[in-house]
Design a protein around this ligand. Structure first.
Ligand code: IPE
Ligand code: IPE
Ligand code: MG
Length: 256
């Protein structure tokens, strides 16, 4: 993947080449990441949790660049879950303010770097200024041809499935859809990920071995890589390890 606009711009950054040992022909098309461990990273350094989140943003920026440079088609990250509202309101506010300031700051670069950004989740309860910025960024980058960058915000796998079921039921009641025609494709077309392929690789940082309500439908056949690295420490080396792990797997999809 090449980005002429970036190379010629004054914002040009150094493009990272695929590390030795990785097979360019066996890269995942779509990587999903549960970016976990910001709080523990901060605690270990005697810093407030908010510093962990701020630092996590730099990891995300770096990871997006690496994925783009290494030929990954789509990166989907878990930024805020439907369960994260249960955190102390100060932390929720910090996160919402951070999302807004980062998006504002990065929007021009996302456009220049050909990133196509999308937000998956129930965006309604988000602060109005953030919602406006989200709409603007999706609109501004919708024709971009580079990496598809999906940010799961107020996302919950169960909420997504329930909303899809509601939409299908409404269409059926209106007589627009015969219930016997609802198959996996029709169902998937009502999910937030409707235009996206399923993730090939799921990475979870900070060592937790659970999926915490993330992409319940879409992860059906994803390879799972759990690393003890805390999200703010996630770097090129950690991504390379995840990809080497992925490339060592035999994906059978139920076959032999
Ligand atoms: C992940 O880091 C970021 C969000 C969930 C928003 P955490 O904040 O969950 O960090 P830990 O798990 O407490 O270390
Ligand atoms: C998952 O992390 C959600 C995000 C990364 C946004 P959590 O920290 O909320 O998950 P649990 O509580 O450890 O399952
Ligand atoms: Mg956590």
């Amino acid at each position: 993947m090449t980005y002429p606009s970036v190379i010629s711009s004054k914002n040009a950054r150094k493009v990272s080449t695929l590390p030795a040992g990785l097979d360019s022909l066996r890269m995942p098309e779509h990587i999903a990441i549960i970016m976990d461990g910001n709080g523990r990273w901060a605690k270990a350094k005697g810093l407030p949790r908010s510093m962990g989140h701020t630092s996590g943003v730099e990891s995300l920026k770096n990871t997006l660049h690496l994925c783009s440079d290494w030929g990954i088609g789509a990166l989907t990250v878990y930024a805020f879950s439907t369960e994260n509202w249960s955190r102390p309101s100060e932390e929720v506010n910090v996160l919402m303010t951070l999302f807004e300031s980062v998006l504002k700051r990065e929007l021009t670069n996302l456009k220049l770097e050909e990133v196509k950004i999308n937000f998956l989740g129930d965006l309604d309860p988000l602060p109005i200024a953030l919602k406006e910025l989200i709409n603007e960024s999706v609109e501004l980058t919708k024709k971009n041809k580079g990496i598809r960058f999906n940010v799961c915000t107020n996302y919950g796998g169960r909420r997504e499935l329930v909303l899809a079921a509601q939409k299908l039921a409404e269409r059926s009641v209106k007589g627009e859809l015969d219930p016997s025609c609802i198959d996996e494709n029709v169902f998937a077309s009502e999910l937030f990920t409707a235009s996206e392929v399923d993730p090939d690789l799921l990475i979870r940082t900070s060592g937790e071995k659970r999926i915490s309500n993330f992409l319940l439908w879409q992860l059906a056949y994803a390879e799972i890589h759990v690393t003890d690295v805390l999200w703010p420490d996630f770097n090129a080396d950690a991504l390379k390890k995840a990809l080497l792990d992925y490339q060592s797997r035999s994906r059978r999809f139920g076959g032999v």
